[in-house]
Design a protein around this ligand. Sequence first.
Ligand code: UDP
Ligand code: LCN
Length: 826
Amino acid sequence: MASTSALKRADSVIDTMPEALRQSRYHMKRCFAKYIEKGRRLMKLHHLMDEMEMVIDDKDERTQLLEGLLGYILCNTKEAAVVPPHVAFAVRPNPGFWEFVKVSSVDLSVEGITATEYLKFKEMTVDEDWAKDGNALELDFEALEFTMPRLTLSSSIGNGVNYISKFLTSRLNKDSESAQPLVDYLLSLNRHGEKLMINETLSKASKLQGSLIVAEAALSALAKETPYESFELRFKEWGFEKGWGATAEIVRETMRSLSEVLQAPDPLNMDKFFSRVPTIFNVVLFSVHGYFGQSNVLGLPDTGGQVVYVLDQVVAMEEELLLRIKQQGLNVKPQILVVTRLIPDAQGTKCNLELEPVINTKHSHILRVPFRTEKGILPQFLQLPNEYCPFFPQSLCCFHLQQDATNKILELMEGKPDLIIGNYTDGNLVASLMASKLGITLGTIAHALEKTKYEDSDINWKKLDPKYHFSCQFTADTIAMNSADFIITSTYQEIAGSQDRPGQYESHSAFTLPRLYRVVSGINVFDPKFNIAAPGADQSVYFPHTEKQKRLTSFHPAIEELLFSKVDNSEHIGYLEDKKKPIIFSMARLDTVKNISGLTEWYGKNKKLRNLVNLVVVAGFFDPSKSKDREEMAEIKKMHLLIEKYQLKGQIRWIAAQTDKHRNSELYRYIADSKGAFVQPALYEAFGLTVIEAMNCGLPTFATNQGGPAEIIIDGVSGFLIDPSNGDESSAKIADFFQQCKEDAEYWNKISAGGLSRIYECYTWKIYANKVLNMGSIYSFWKHLNKDQKQTKQRYLQMLSNLLLRDLVKSVPMPREEAQPLVPKE
Ligand code: UDP
Ligand code: LCN
């Protein structure tokens, strides 16, 4: 029986649902009558289950039904739109796979429907006129890419670059002519007008193949280390230009991989060849919001992990670029510019400086360009939209920023960049506008997309727009993700979620903003543009506590004061009575979602844990009246209440937000010395840089199972996963760990070592930079190969941006403070 139902489960919902309903017809008729009883509405899984429970009160019968196919279908239902007499179901049997069906409550007949039809059902629950308007604006991005290959397995999602190599292999394998686009692409490579790799002598694939054979033979007679210069002239006569490699050995390897590709393409040689092609020297990164600076900014509004990520990314990319350029035998200085906004009223930060070198790089800079409106330059900081600060002028300013930044970038780089990478909605928008204008390869990074953070944020957009401006945000996100040649994510779940929860990108596949537009295919998570490249932590700062000679011991007196002094002041409150106990430590912004107050409560309630360890949290500050954010204010008050309620003084130290990463890293290690642990208890975390910082320091880590950390940590091996919605279970798991450490001193070392090996295997900036530069190289060629289709899509996106987004952003209120008039240039 089990195997039959398993087989059936592999079938589509439309095939299996009629029979499943027929088998429980009596109960189902009553169930559907209940569903439609309240009229039009949207139902989630828990509503469907609760109402089924009301109708089928016999537990055994219910269990039997839920164990069958019907239960399987219902459990995979993400949403149902009730429009009597029908109930339309959106079923997601696997990550990325959606099926839509409508069921009649009258006769239980089932009909498959399209995404468009489902969205109309959904709209009927809030706005019948719009749903029935035959001329409503529909966006369909897949319609423009009907010939582009798509992946088919959920497990392949996020591995795009590997599949692009395979697709390229088959494209170049068709006939004798199919390698010509590769030759044309190589012919187009140049650096400031100076040709690279090949010149017009080798304009045909057959000629190139022949010359490669001759060149390889010549190379085999040379010593491996022979520099390119010593055979450059001879190679030039044969049609070869610089860029193949610095030495005879490297040139030979690169030539061999191209020869293999031209003879019979295979993904391995394709990858190898493209990792060596000199296409990327200058990169522009956009990270627009927050206080983008290198010191004293973390913890300021909108200033968190993204700033850390981008700065570390620059260092790693420059290092990798320098290495590659050296291996290519070129004498070129790579340049990376991080473009952000200039804030004249910089509040003590350096955000009013136009150009600032990036620490630990040789040639990279932060370029700050002011936000401008028609009235002039905006002097003050602008927060991303939230309830307290309902402005989203970022989008409006992005249009201007793109124009103002372009000239500056072209001037500083003495030409166009080779790759543009955006970060988050605002940065991705500017990046996509610029990439489209200059015709440059575009990568985008979201860090976190807002759409999934609020239930039904699409259908209810009108209600939420005054607070959050989702109409602008979702439009900007959809435009940027469609413009991108490749999308970098930190985790799989960011793209396609998990078995139970749709991914952040996946939630853009079909959605509707009634009265504005209906997106019938917004993004396809099976598009090979998606790539997982997880960030790392700066390993010169976050290194294991056991590396004694590197330890920053000069911070110890300050750290000891921070942890153990008995005074309450503006930097810390609470104290630790028993200094010998291990410490459980957490550090995050004091947002509700970070759940620092949750951790405090779990600790307060768990006597065993309190006996075993102390609690130290670094988060926000202590005076709610100083907060401008309603959420933060509530969290501060809650923290004080919990400390009071559970009488935590003597066992808790609450430290205000810290901005010195060197001191923070030593704090992680100091806590590791105490044989403590790091706890990241967030209700949801997109990635979680603190998790990998702690693991890099060798501190055993407990992290939320909701979001990115669930992929970082292998439970029980490289750390532990905890369920933020089950505090008792989570605190018991932490207590058990410390109990076990008491009984077996080696256990702590084992988990600490497990965390470190996981980091070295998957979460380093070196791995990241290598992956991202390979993407830049291979997607540039892919874009070249598909330029006609790319251009068509680009025109469609430009139209949407100009017709839709520009109008939407105009309706967003600007801050009251007047902009400063532009000072005319000398
Ligand atoms: N951080 C910090 N001081 C604080 C809180 C956080 O320096 O008081 C740093 C932390 O070390 C990490 C980043 O800010 O590098 C937070 O990144 P994460 O990805 O954990 O969360 P986000 O704030 O981006 O949501
Ligand atoms: C944003 C977040 O919310 C974090 O989870 C990430 O770690 C950070 O950006 C860096 O990507």
